[in-house]
Design a protein around this ligand. Structure first.
Ligand SMILES: *[C@@H]1O[C@H](CO)[C@@H](O)[C@H](O)[C@H]1NC(C)=O
Ligand SMILES: *[C@@H]1O[C@H](CO)[C@@H](O)[C@H](O)[C@H]1NC(C)=O
Length: 386
């Protein structure tokens, strides 16, 4: 969609995200529960005794306690709906992490505010995606040359960086996710699991560190066989990896959800209705002040649902804006260009999930930009002779 519309929508999504996430958590009683739980020696599941005296700072321990309390029901596997939802969210997270790492590596973003992805990543974790994602993406549309004038040079990512992004996503995001989901007692202790949850909070940092470690160490291996790896091949591999993981997790989530809807008999009857698409995907109206939570678990589920929904809206707007900016003037003159793009995006989001769809659109944008070249600069020639 046109840049101005994209920017206006993203600007509007920032306060809406805050309202749906934090406003709703305040009005439905979730924030009060967090406060009550801070003083409780039990975790939010009401049965696990655990202390978060990690540091000497009371405030920092409190923050870790809140995050642990929030994520404990997400990873303890007790609630089918929350587990399935988190699985879906985690799968989209792979595409999100890949996207973030790649955005930080683009030549055109070098030195710009939007390249400090670890800072935004940590803010995503602490403040919430619903608020920080539209903020970051608006900043991106406003400042990144890759957003309004994408070309081969400014969207470029080096081969070793792209390899780093793949390694960073695997080692810095997927592995911590697996660790914190290991079942207590049969595989790990409560202490180890709680520590895994606390350490998971810094996945944007771990991923960036792993990516950086890879790209500083990798040139040595590249030099061994005498040539730099071809950038675009690895960038494609990075996109493929993110899109495939997001797609598989999204389709399998939908498969379970539709199975629960169409054939509830195969599930525990109490669980089937919560897993069906509407129950799984649709949180209650956040503006209804009369809606209050009956359990911490319910509040945590709604919180996650709004975080996911608002994040998805922001990334869809952003990627549509990017993709539209990269369509040629000739194709844009076709009055059906935008409707066609919207249909394609809808289909992709259904199959790949919103962030998987975003990644595929950005990938397509890159493919378009790789084709561009300034006539007469001899760029094609130097590339061939290399
Ligand atoms: C944690 O610290 C608080 C006060 O800082 C103290 O009262 C409590 O006993 C400590 N808990 C553990 C398990 O060390
Ligand atoms: C690409 O865009 C940048 C600005 O971001 C510009 O400086 C550069 O000359 C452009 N390169 C090509 C090949 O068009």
């Amino acid at each position: 969609m046109p840049q101005l519309v994209g920017k206006a929508l993203l600007a509007g999504l920032i306060p809406l995200g805050a309202l749906a996430l934090h406003g709703f958590a305040a009005s439905n009683g979730l924030i009060q529960r967090f406060e009550d739980l801070k003083a409780d020696p039990l975790l939010s599941d009401g049965v696990t005794l655990y202390s978060t005296n990690y540091t000497s700072s009371e405030g920092f321990n409190g923050l870790l306690r809140t995050l642990l309390n929030f994520f404990w029901p997400v990873v303890n596997g007790h609630d089918a709906r929350l587990s399935l939802y988190s699985f879906m969210f985690g799968g989209q997270g792979v595409a999100l992490m890949m996207l973030n790492l790649l955005e930080g590596m683009r030549h055109g973003n070098r030195g710009l505010m939007v390249s400090f992805i670890t800072i935004y990543g940590m803010l995503y974790m602490v403040v919430g995606l619903a608020v920080m994602a539209p903020l970051y993406l608006l900043l991106h549309l406003l400042t990144s040359p890759t957003a309004h004038k994408p070309n081969k040079t400014n969207v470029a990512i080096s081969g070793t960086s792209a390899q780093g992004a793949i390694f960073g996503t695997l080692a810095g995001y997927i592995m911590p996710n697996i660790l914190m989901c290991l079942p207590v007692a049969s595989v790990i202790s409560v202490e180890s699991k709680a520590l895994a949850v606390v350490l998971w909070q810094a996945v944007p940092l771990w991923s960036a560190c792993c990516a950086l470690a890879w790209s500083t160490l990798a040139p040595k291996t590249a030099r061994k066989n005498g040539k730099e790896p071809d950038g675009t091949a690895y960038v494609r591999a990075a996109y493929q990896f993110g899109v495939v993981v997001a797609g598989i997790s999204h389709v399998s989530t939908l498969a379970v959800s539709f199975a629960a809807w169409l054939s509830p008999g195969i599930f525990n009857p109490a669980v089937a209705s919560t897993l069906a698409p509407l129950g799984l995907l649709l949180p209650p109206n956040p503006l209804d002040r009369a809606t209050t939570i009956t359990s911490f678990l319910q509040g945590a589920t709604w919180f996650l649902q709004w975080d996911y929904t608002m994040m998805s809206a922001a990334y869809m707007v952003w990627s549509l804006t990017l993709r539209y900016a990269s369509t040629s003037a000739r194709r844009r003159a076709d009055s059906l260009a935008l409707p066609k793009l919207l249909v394609s995006v809808f289909l992709r989001a259904t199959l790949l999930g919103p962030i998987g769809a975003t990644l595929s659109l950005v990938w397509e944008r890159d493919e378009e930009a790789w084709k561009t070249s300034e006539p007469g600069t001899g760029q094609q020639k130097t590339r061939k002779s290399r």
